[in-house]
Design a protein around this ligand. Sequence first.
Ligand code: UDX
Ligand code: UDX
Length: 473
Amino acid sequence: MTFYEWLRSFQAWYDCAGRKQQRLNAAAQGGPVKKIAVIGVGYVGLVTAAGFSDLGNHVVALDIDENKVEGLKAGKMPIYEPGLEEMVERNASAGRLQFTTSYDEAVKNAEFIFIAVGTPEGVDGEADLQYVRSAAISVARAMDGPAILINKSTVPVGTGDWVADIVTEHQPEPIPFAVVSCPEFLREGSAILDFMNPARTVLGSLDKDAAERVAQLHIPLRAPIVITDLRTAEMIKYASNAFLATKISFINEIANICEALGADVKEVKVGMGYDPRIGPHFLEAGLGYGGSCFPKDVKALAHMAEVKGRHPQLLAAVMDINDDRRRLLVDKVRGALGDVAGKRIGLLGLTFKPNTDDLRDAPALEVAERLLEEGAQIHAFDPVGMPHASVLMPQIQMADDPYDLARDSDALVVCTEWNEFAHLDLERIHDLMQSPIVVDGRNIYEPLDMKELGFTYLAVGRGYDANGDPVSS
Ligand code: UDX
Ligand code: UDX
């Protein structure tokens, strides 16, 4: 049987098994309990560990950070992620989820070992693989029987082969193992939901038995499973994130043109989104993409292409457009206030998106930095991001709530679209402000409503001037 024949028969079997599973409607009954190790309890690792334990498996999650592990043992989450605490608590109490700093403890008897350590941006946009390397070495030394190493982290194409070499080199005695790439597609803020309802599971390996066993582990999730080779799986992750980033830069470019021509990008998006070839998702114009994935992944993909002598022109444009977003917002603030020096500016939202505490590549921090450089006094309110932001940027004065932020402000700037900001008492905000100027980097308010309330309101790509009148009429 060729690999592709096997693949087809496997997929037929998978479809059948998936339907049976659906009928049973009991995800946790997907087969015998598996022993799983998860290396790294960051945004991805912790959700992966909690999710697989919730499916009935026995999971030991490891981190080299003792504080995180001690905190988790005491029920304290190292990150803010809706639904995570309850899920960890439930599975830890049931004895299915444990935390450790010991590789021996985590890897002992593990059939599946997920690597979910960080792969931050290194020099020249290249992904920094030092954590993947040290995790692979530690796993190799601790393995006590055959296991499948599954890479969750976003890693350059070819890393799976490299990890296999590292493990072989560092095993005290040869023990059979396979490497499978299973990239994560979890959005912070809805990571639990995404884990339980994936759009697809991508598995890459040249070892078909290993791929099939990892596929079985994912069957309770009832999503299509794409099985391919290692490098292709690694590429699927980069191509997916680069495509989503491209959609965002595309709509941001359209927003700029809308502003110039008096059209409304929010309605353009709705009109475009009904076309199934386009779809309504990832077309929100605003401050551009931030966070721990898109910026570094687009750069890393471009870097991989350049190293091989290719010229990733589209990716370069995607990054250029994104880099401009925060500067353009600051231009708007300056345009509304004149000189920002000495002005009190309040930032509504600090995290890179709502429902997370993550400040990695958060547009708000760059906006704050730029305004501070021009002599503004920066105040901010964020529902969960303030403790960490105060450490990163102590120059920012944190407010008690959005009304405290508005008090005596010369302008408010919406940087993160937390739900609660959409439902503020705007009349009260108006009355508290020194001058009622709102620059909305996320288009959470309606220009005409804001005009009626007496605000000077500047949004993104909405083609209205400061009086709320269409600019082209
Ligand atoms: C993940 C992926 O790994 C990354 O490739 C993807 O693009 C984004 O998501 P994330 O979970 O966000 O990264 O990283 P982070 O929150 O920094 O967590 C990584 C964890 O691994 C940390 O808790 C760190 O202490 C731990 N770690 C790091 C180890 O346990 N061992 C190491 O050697 C290094
Ligand atoms: C992303 C991927 O979506 C996920 O599959 C995984 O690979 C990890 O990286 P995440 O970074 O958590 O998830 O958030 P996401 O919702 O994708 O948003 C990324 C950035 O794009 C945010 O800064 C967000 O504000 C921005 N964005 C998103 C827009 O500006 N417009 C949009 O329409 C959507």
